[in-house]
Design a protein around this ligand. Structure first.
Ligand SMILES: Cc1cc2nc3c(=O)[nH]c(=O)nc-3n(C[C@H](O)[C@H](O)[C@H](O)COP(=O)(O)OP(=O)(O)OC[C@H]3O[C@@H](n4cnc5c(N)ncnc54)[C@H](O)[C@@H]3O)c2cc1C
Length: 484
């Protein structure tokens, strides 16, 4: 995305290095097949370290490894959350500043004070949502939530048909939106299957990167960057590369024999949204082929005491469960799920190296459910979703609960949350504005090095993270242009 915006200036030469391939194939293009990509060759294959609050269960944290990154492997929901999320980011990153960048990034098919048209990211709402999705929306209204036309508009509190990064029947990734239209541009050199394994310095200035072929072939070298290096490797690989290059917590680097260039809290404050996967209902009728992404209904509401939505659920056309929940319940089709996530979790974690090999596993401790208030809020989310199962609207399509298979008591709810919580795939914050980068996204203590990805989020917005990453990158493009 940034590579496209920077190369809009013909006097700037941009080289984009991507570890994954240029194209992902039919499973990337088909919105209904996104879950197949998890754990496959286009996934970095990271995992969270098992931890007590989630009952020591293994939890994978997928990241896209293909041109377009995770926007080419994600579930495609396009959602900004609440303006106050960004106001908390402070000067230069507050919602009023970011709104023009959200609007500039999108082609939402309409232009109003909130939404943009003609931008690179095509976003569309499903033309024909599944009847189950429509029943979920009616159920939410029956339970007291307002029905809203656009969660990216004036308010996000309520039930709505969400928008997705699709064009017709096909996924529309950041590579489709930003890079494909400028393929062949003379000043933009896109090199795929190229793994960046280190940063090169001259004194305090980052002057290039070290790379090697991503598929293990011999070769590799150093690429010099006259005007600077921008890291956009995502919230797990960016902190890895910084730490391998001597930028990180000094004691941790020294423990791995890495000379310290800048003692910074890289890898700290790792944030993610815990997601209860999911509350599954037995459907009265076969559900037919997956429509669109399998989503089609989104609910945003408040846990007790929250002044703005911190709970967010989406419908899944089929079962949605951790292996541990699936092992204890009958999820034979036809079933559908509603999965509530906590969008302002208090728990924060960390990512650390396990060795100096750039392909070594990372030690990722998200601390999901580490704060008791997060558990309480998710229990409230489960309770609300189970109550939806008792509405007339949902009763019209659901024959009864499948997992959990009965209305849970408070004590059972907590046990279920611990068994069913996984990741919403929204890892961020590991090289945050403030402690690690300045307000222009420059890494403290070194010259010529910026970070432009989800790592820089000072806190996690209460939404899925693709749209915010792209808005941040849009603003970064202006900052870099202004810096010359
Ligand atoms: C399964 C899944 C579902 C999701 N669903 C949604 C959703 O529905 N809606 C939403 O808004 N968000 C969703 N997200 C999250 C969202 O897609 C990401 O937060 C966002 O794309 C992150 O952007 P990023 O630029 O920080 O990193 P990424 O998009 O992960 O990009 C990093 C890029 O850098 C490359 N890279 C990494 N290390 C190196 C290296 N050393 N050398 C060369 N290249 C490297 C990677 O291959 C990748 O292409 C989902 C994510 C996943 C994985």
């Amino acid at each position: 995305m940034l590579a496209r915006r920077l190369s809009d200036d013909p006097s700037v030469r941009v080289v984009l290095l991507e570890a994954g391939p240029a194209r992902g194939g039919p499973a990337v293009a088909d919105p209904a097949r996104w879950t197949e990509l998890i754990g496959g060759p286009l996934d970095w294959g990271h995992a969270y370290e098992p931890a007590a609050p989630t009952l020591h269960r293994p939890i994978a944290i997928p990241r896209g490894r293909v041109l377009g990154g995770s926007s080419a492997t994600n579930a495609m929901l396009w959602y900004r959350g609440h303006p106050a999320d960004y106001d908390a980011w402070g000067e230069g990153w507050d919602f009023a500043t970011l709104l023009p960048y959200f609007r500039r990034s999108e082609d939402a098919g309409r232009s109003d004070p909130w939404r943009g048209t003609g931008g690179p990211m095509r976003v569309e709402a499903p033309a024909d949502p599944h009847p189950v999705a429509l029943a979920v929306l009616d159920a939410a209204v029956e339970a007291g939530l307002p029905r809203i036309a656009d969660a990216n508009g004036a308010t996000n509190l309520g039930a709505t048909v969400p928008e997705f990064t699709v064009r017709g029947e096909r996924r529309h990734s950041a590579a489709d939106g930003y890079l494909a239209p400028v393929a062949g541009r003379a000043n933009l050199d896109v090199r795929c299957d190229t793994h960046v394994v280190g940063l090169e310095f001259a004194g305090d200035r980052c002057v290039g990167v070290r790379w090697r072929p991503a598929r293990g072939e011999p070769g590799g070298g150093v690429l010099r960057a006259e005007r600077g290096v921008v890291l956009a490797l995502g919230a797990l690989e960016t902190p890895r590369l910084l730490m391998l290059s001597g930028i990180g917590p000094a004691a941790h680097l020294r423990a791995h024999g890495i000379a310290v260039r800048a003692d910074l809290p890289v890898g700290d404050r790792l944030a993610d949204h815990p997601l209860v996967t999911g509350i599954t209902f037995r459907a009265r009728e076969p559900l037919g082929p997956v429509r669109g992404t399998g989503g089609g209904a989104m609910l945003n509401w408040c846990s007790p005491g929250s002044e703005r939505p911190d709970l967010h659920a989406f419908v899944v056309q089929g079962p949605h469960a951790t292996p541990e929940v699936a092992a204890r319940h009958d999820l034979t089709p036809p079933v559908f799920a509603l999965s509530p996530g906590l969008m302002r979790a208090r728990s924060l974690g960390e990512v650390r190296l396990t060795g100096t090999d750039p392909t070594a596993p990372l030690r990722i401790r998200p601390n999901l459910l580490g704060d008791p208030q997060d558990v309480e809020a998710l229990c409230a989310g489960v309770e609300f979703v189970q109550q939806l199962g008792r509405t007339g609207a949902l009763g019209a399509v659901a024959a009864g609960p499948a997992a959990p298979d009965h209305l849970l008591t408070a004590r059972e709810r907590e046990a279920f949350v611990r068994l069913a919580t996984s990741t919403f795939f929204h890892v961020a914050g590991t090289a945050a504005i403030g402690p690690v980068v300045d307000r222009a996204l420059r890494v403290h203590g070194v010259d010529g090095l910026r970070v432009v990805d989800a790592s820089v989020f000072p806190s996690l917005p209460s939404c899925n993270t693709n749209a915010p990453v792209i808005a941040v990158a849009e603003r970064a493009a202006d900052l870099l242009r202004a810096a010359g």
